[in-house]
Design a protein around this ligand. Structure first.
Ligand SMILES: *[C@@H]1O[C@H](CO)[C@@H](O)[C@H](O)[C@H]1NC(C)=O
Ligand SMILES: *[C@@H]1O[C@H](CO)[C@@H](O)[C@H](O)[C@H]1NC(C)=O
Ligand SMILES: *[C@@H]1O[C@H](CO)[C@@H](O)[C@H](O)[C@H]1NC(C)=O
Ligand SMILES: *[C@@H]1O[C@H](CO)[C@@H](O)[C@H](O)[C@H]1NC(C)=O
Ligand SMILES: *[C@@H]1O[C@H](CO)[C@@H](O)[C@H](O)[C@H]1NC(C)=O
Length: 952
């Protein structure tokens, strides 16, 4: 009897000790949340510490910082306990339709929350006013729920908000704007996305909603009940790329200053009651998609300036009172795909010209007054003239006089050089690699794509590749992705079915699914720019039967059972807990190890034995390289690092090369080496140092690069090289290096994170074109150096992304951080850390935005030129400081940086696309000044790449 009591006490004591020593209150509140949910992941066990491996839970110092549970099949409600997790930064419960009830106002207590993502759950009721207290919030997606009531004005207080998506709910009332005493959406000057489509918002769009301080790129209010006219303040938001105001009750004239929105890609104003003349849009040089259909404009002929909209892919002006003859020149717009001018009064004889766009697919001219068509026998497009006099003559049999049967495309990702096998189990699908597995499925919805031609498979291939790359970058266990059945839905969204197939097994585990869900709900995956804004609706996933645990075990069970069975069970439990902890530790170590290689998932299995697949890189024998470096003589040594030594050499044909020779002990396995040179040999860009070849001979591992004559940027700005860099040259160098990095992040396949961006790794060629060096080496050298983390950190101290340093999570934003430091170094010529002072702090402290040159005269490098001529310096400092924001998600992408530096150059009166850096008199003339020879065949031309990228 006494013994039992002691045991009971002991157990209680240990129980309490466990809960207080390992868990703080967060664990308690998380358990309370769990108790209000069904279908929580099976490893959410009552007696385990949520911070030691519960699926979807991330902790820092035993505090819960992130809950990501997309597509877990959760049901229940979100109780006020959520408000107690005061360190929470990310909450993603998307695609759990079974989560219902209203959103607790306690959510407003989460003042560290940056991402609130509840896409496509079953929530209803009003949006709590306390959302406006989430002062750290950057990303809010509450779309596709059943929320009702007004948009809380307090949202206007979220001054860090970047993404605001409340679309597809049942919100009512007017659009809130500030009025001196209450906040409103007009205060969101850092927000890029207003997604409010598919609600029941009413009243006019307030004049005050838009102002010139805003940085919006997407304004989406389609499918509401808005009345009144389009406010002319909309024309002040110069950053706009997409406007959707279609499917409302808007009246009045389209404001003429819409024509000032020179960056607009897509505009939908259809299905309103707009009046006046068709707006003058000559200024919209990059407009791709225009839909003005179903409005009550004054009758007018097709404005001749339409054919000056040279980027147009889609023109829809059905039922817009057009009269007169259709000019054939309209069809010469080079990328035109689809024209819908049905239900107008166009008359006369139709000609589509002899040199119409070769992308032209469909011209819909139903129900007009057209009497003849000049190219009856020689046209290839789908032309619809039903309801015109030409078709009402008796006896016409022309194809254009009948409606096309089916316009939907039946695209489906084809098998990748294999034969699809029939799958035996229900639910299994044969992947593009012909493996039967259980895919994660759902639908992608693109709210404003810039194209209308749905039959072009290259478009879907680009989407697929972007997605696979993004998933791999996020270390998600994805084998392949399949897309199918693209179609325009009733809201004019492009809807595409998505299937994502697992790698290394036939099913995803929970971590895989919630990671995929998060990647899509949080917009981590960014589609190619032509797809525009999107959202995803994920289906429930069929986890293995029997593993769908959870349930409602009382947390006292352990105590009662323990008390009954006695101490030996306790010992066993403790041992188990110990083993569990060790396993978790092992897992964590494995995870960090894997994350040290951004390409851990690159599939090498099919290649393991094969000859390296190299583009233009040569295999050198040891003898050859020995000869061209004069037996690796000391006089040819141009640098030594942890990995080995760099030698200068010259090939028999005179080409200068730099040879990186790995020292004994830092070589890697043959397969890894092969993988790496394959990777490097595929990377070709004029702002990247290219690989000439390699040597894998006599136990040596060497990489052979082109030799870059003018050395490092560091050498130049420190004055060591004797090359003077004025402001213009520094701008060009910044742009070149940024383009090189952008290529690595966005276009290399697989994407490459440099990890060691610094002025020592940016070289200058004979024309002072910047070339980024040492990329892609991160993998091998990173692994080798991982054992000497301290020395490695020392080497790049000052450039290192603090977030990466603390979280070990490597993203391309870590490169962006380092690049920001490089930009500061470029203008100050100071080392990142000099005499104990950190360049980032120094610049911030010296800075005063109200003064000329931001008051930075003191810290600027005096050799940069006359301070009166530093055009664009302030913006340059701005972009540098954005790059060194504390958290990655606040930093721009490299493609944003490129865009920004280009526009700074334009401001300084330069052509950012001009090649040479030679504007100054003291150009080091080492080889004449012939115009730079064309890029090599492999070189990627940056200008062909659309620069319209979402800056997140
Ligand atoms: C824009 O910002 C400036 C500077 O902060 C401020 O003075 C001005 O009032 C703002 N304009 C509007 C329309 O909010
Ligand atoms: C914008 O458009 C209006 C009217 O069309 C014009 O008067 C004004 O100068 C333009 N503003 C800018 C900044 O281009
Ligand atoms: C359209 O606007 C442009 C620039 O604002 C102007 O030059 C042009 O004359 C206008 N065209 C018409 C037909 O009003
Ligand atoms: C125009 O309105 C009609 C009737 O409401 C609708 O059927 C048609 O789809 C609309 N056209 C466009 C392009 O939105
Ligand atoms: C076409 O319509 C215009 C405007 O309504 C009219 O002036 C013209 O005479 C018509 N042309 C023909 C050939 O019917």
């Amino acid at each position: 009897m006494g013994a039992t009591k002691v045991q009971l006490l002991l157990i209680l004591f240990i129980h309490i000790w466990f809960s207080t020593a390992q868990n703080n209150d967060d664990a308690t509140y998380l358990r309370a949340l769990k108790d209000s949910w069904e279908n929580t992941p099976p490893n959410w066990e009552d007696n385990s510490d949520p911070c030691s491996g519960w699926d979807g839970i991330t902790c820092t110092n035993s505090r819960v910082t992130s809950i990501t549970l997309a597509s877990m099949g959760l049901t229940g409600s979100l109780t006020g306990d959520i408000g107690q997790l005061s360190e929470l930064q990310i909450l993603d419960l998307s695609y759990n339709k079974g989560l219902t009830g209203s959103l607790s106002s306690a959510i407003g207590n989460l003042n560290k929350l940056t991402n609130l993502i509840l896409v496509n759950c079953g929530f209803s009721g009003p949006l709590p006013d306390t959302l406006g207290n989430l002062e750290s919030l950057i990303f809010m997606s509450l779309n596709s729920n059943g929320f009702t009531g007004p948009v809380p004005p307090s949202i206007g207080n979220l001054k860090n908000l970047y993404w605001l998506d409340l679309a597809d709910n049942r919100l009512t009332g007017s659009i809130p704007v500030s009025n001196g005493s209450t906040p409103g959406l007009d205060m969101l000057i850092h927000t890029k996305h207003f997604h409010f489509g598919g609600n029941m918002l009413s009243g006019p769009i307030p004049q005050r909603l838009f102002n010139s301080n805003m940085t919006l790129i997407h304004v989406l209010f389609e499918n509401n009940r808005l009345t009144g006219s389009i406010p002319n303040t909309l024309g002040l938001v110069k950053s706009l790329e997409v406007i959707r105001l279609d499917r409302n009750f808007l009246t009045g004239n389209v404001p003429s200053n819409i024509n000032n929105l020179t960056g607009l890609f897509e505009m939908f104003l259809s299905n309103n009651q707009l009046t006046g003349l068709v707006p003058n849009l000559t200024g919209l040089n990059v407009l791709n998609y225009l839909d003005l259909s179903n409005n009550t404009f004054d009758p007018s002929s097709i404005p001749p300036w339409f054919s000056t909209l040279q980027s147009l892919t889609t023109l829809k002006m059905s039922s817009t009172s057009l009269v007169g003859q259709l000019p054939a020149a309209l069809f010469n717009i080079p990328q035109l795909q689809n024209v819908d001018l049905s239900k107008n009064s166009l008359n006369g004889t139709l000609s589509i010209g002899s040199s119409h766009s070769n992308q032209l697919q469909q011209v819909d001219l139903q129900n007009n007054q057209i009497v003849d068509f000049t190219q009856r026998s020689q046209y290839t497009i789908e032309l619809i003239l039903v309801g015109n006099p030409i078709c009402t003559e008796t006896g016409v049999t022309e194809k254009f006089c009948s409606l096309p049967t089916n316009t939907n495309s039946s695209y489906l990702t084809p098998p990748n050089n294999c034969v699809a096998t029939p799958c035996s189990s229900p639910g299994q699908v044969s992947s593009p690699n012909c493996v039967c597995a259980y895919p994660y499925t759902g639908n992608l919805f693109f709210r404003a794509p810039s194209f209308s031609e749905l039959g072009n498979s290259t478009v879907y291939e680009s989407l697929r590749n972007a997605m696979i790359n993004s998933f791999r970058r996020s270390q998600l266990p994805v084998d392949s992705v399949s897309l199918g059945n693209p179609a325009r839905n009733l809201d004019d969204y492009l809807e595409i079915n998505l299937m994502v197939f697992p790698s290394g097994g036939e099913r995803f585990n929970r971590t895989g699914i919630l990671g995929l869900g998060f990647s899509l709900s949080n917009q981590t995956f960014k589609p190619p720019s032509s797809f525009g804004p999107y959202f995803f609706i994920g289906d429930n996933y069929d986890f293995l039967l029997g593993s769908s645990g959870g349930g409602h075990k009382s947390s006292n069970t352990g105590v009662i059972v323990g008390a009954a069975v006695g101490g030996c069970v306790l010992v066993a439990l403790l041992v188990l807990a110990g083993i569990y902890a060790l396993r978790q530790k092992g897992r964590a170590e494995k995870a960090t190890h894997e994350s040290s290689s951004p390409f851990a998932l690159w599939d090498t299995t099919g290649r393991s034995g094969a000859v390296p697949q190299l583009k233009g890189a040569k295999a050198f024998s040891f003898e050859e390289l020995n000869r061209c470096t004069n037996n690796f003589s000391e006089s040819n040594n141009i640098g030594t690092g942890g990995y080995g030594t760099v030698y200068k050499g010259s090939l028999p044909d005179g080409q200068l090369i730099a040879i990186k020779r790995a020292k004994q002990g830092s070589t890697q396995g043959g397969l890894e080496f092969k993988t790496e040179i394959e990777l490097l040999s595929r990377v070709h860009h004029k702002n990247l140092v290219s690989l000439v070849g390699f040597c894998f001979d006599q136990g040596e591992q060497m990489l052979v690069y082109e030799y870059i004559v003018n050395g490092t940027v560091k050498d130049s700005i420190s004055g060591r090289s004797g090359i003077r860099l004025d402001w213009i040259r520094r701008l060009r160098i910044a742009l070149g290096a940024a383009k090189g990095l952008q290529y690595l992040h966005d276009l290399a396949d697989p994407p490459i994170i440099h990890r060691d961006v610094k002025t020592n790794n940016i070289l200058l060629d004979e024309r002072l074109v910047a070339k980024v060096a040492d990329f892609g080496l991160s993998k091998s050298l990173g692994d080798a150096n991982r054992t000497h983390v301290t020395t490695q950190v020392k080497g790049t101290m000052g450039y290192m992304d603090p977030e990466y340093y603390m979280t070990q999570q490597l993203t391309e934003k870590s490169d962006v951080y380092s690049f920001g430091v490089v930009l500061l170094e470029l203008i100050t010529a100071r080392n990142p850390i000099e005499k104990g002072k950190y360049i980032v702090r120094e610049v911030k402290q010296a800075m005063d935005k109200s003064k000329e040159l931001y008051n930075l005269h003191e810290v600027l490098d005096p050799t940069i030129g006359l301070t009166t001529q530093l055009k664009g310096m302030e913006r340059f400092v701005d972009v540098a400081l954005r790059c060194v924001e504390e958290t990655g998600d606040k930093r721009p992408t490299m493609s944003d940086v490129v865009k920004e530096i280009e526009s700074i150059m334009e401001l300084a009166g330069l052509n950012p696309n001009a090649e040479s850096a030679s504007n100054s008199a003291d150009y080091p003339s080492k080889g004449g000044e012939h115009p730079y020879a064309n890029d090599s065949l492999f070189a990627y031309s940056g200008d062909q790449f659309p620069t319209k990228l979402d800056p997140k």
